[in-house]
Design a protein. Structure first.
Length: 342
């Protein structure tokens, strides 16, 4: 046995990224920011280019027994665009690379690309390249998204200040509950293929899982209001994980109020059916692709009353730690228990 061997699961996704990239050298002055944010930032004259890459692997990120190929193509694009919008940038181009086994037909891949093209159409981005290769088993999709933003408008994870407000768009936990329903019905089908899936009353959470949307509308709405977020991240791994990322990048602590976390009534109801705490689903479920960002306190009046935005807490000094105030008023340490690929 190799005593020097470290298992991937011992580090987890973010620990592994830090381990592999900590000694990365920067050779070009045009590289403004690399690993560690939602997207890399590259200087391009008066503006910045932002670049992000995500990979979706069959059996890890998606299950084709219930994920339609067209929806999958759409989602593969959207999850990358979400990273671009989290930099307060507009997405402009994507490349798509796929590795595919011979169990997929040309017609199946055309279906996948219908979803990719539909996302490009709705979000007004250009598909400009990619690669196709064989896979010994399964399907792998890798999308690179490119965007642009003026230098004064770019927003990173590291810009928050003490006492600034934490704001989240939309609602949380829906995609996770959609996944729970799909996994339940898959198991029912495996046990008895003659039983039809029970998907009544869960349309919203299924859509949030199978066909999520990136919040391009939010960054444009904030610009119209004259509100520039001071830090921002998209919620792919759960609210708790993303809030911790913002705190670590900005060298701060935070206080989040459980009762302020926005949860849709359908999400809440289905979570209770599964005997799950809806707040835990929102904190740790992931794949919502909403935006979590900070604003200055003086900007609160500009966003208050908006049904798509919720103030859920504020940043504190680092020494106060990262905490959540539960519904009983108790201060509980914020712990990320979301998705770990390893």
């Amino acid at each position: 046995m190799d005593e020097n061997r470290t298992e991937l699961e011992d580090l987890g996704e973010f620990g592994l990224i830090e381990k592999l990239t900590k000694n990365t050298e920067k050779y070009h002055a045009s590289t403004i920011a690399g690993v560690g944010d939602d997207a890399a930032i590259i200087s391009d004259g008066d503006n910045y280019k932002v670049v992000s890459t995500d990979m979706l692997v069959e059996g890890v990120h998606f299950d084709l027994s219930y994920a339609p190929l067209m929806h999958l193509g759409y989602k593969a694009v959207v999850v990358n665009l979400s990273d671009i919008y989290a930099m307060n940038a507009d997405a402009t181009q994507i490349t798509v690379s796929i590795a595919v086994s011979n169990r997929f037909s040309v017609e199946a891949l055309e279906e996948l690309y219908k979803g990719i093209h539909k996302a490009c159409e709705l979000y007004q981005v250009d598909l400009v390249g990619g690669d196709t290769t064989s896979s010994p088993a399964g399907l792998i999709i890798s999308v690179t998204a490119i965007g642009e933003v003026t230098k004064e408008d770019v927003v990173m994870r590291s810009g928050a200040k003490e006492n600034e407000l934490l704001v989240v768009s939309g609602n949380l936990g829906a995609a996770y509950m959609g996944l729970q329903v799909l996994e339940r019905e898959k198991q029912v089908f495996i046990d008895n293929p003659d039983i039809q899936p029970d998907l009544v009353g869960v349309d919203y959470i299924l859509e949030r899982q199978l066909k999520p949307e990136a919040r391009k509308d939010i960054i444009h709405y904030l610009k119209e209001l004259g509100v520039r977020p001071t830090s921002m991240i998209d919620i792919s791994d759960g609210l708790a994980s993303e809030a911790i990322h913002l705190c670590q990048a900005s060298d701060l602590g935070c206080t989040i109020y459980d009762e302020k976390i926005p949860i849709d009534t359908e999400t809440h109801s289905i979570a209770r059916d599964f005997e799950l705490d809806p707040s835990m689903c929102a904190l740790n479920g992931g794949e919502d692709y909403e935006l979590l960002f900070s604003i200055k306190q003086e900007d609160f009046d500009r966003i208050k009353g908006n049904e798509h935005l919720a103030v859920i807490g504020h940043f504190t000094d680092k020494g106060s730690g990262m905490n959540i105030v539960d519904r009983g008023g108790q201060l509980v340490p914020l712990v990320a228990q979301g998705w770990n690929h390893f």
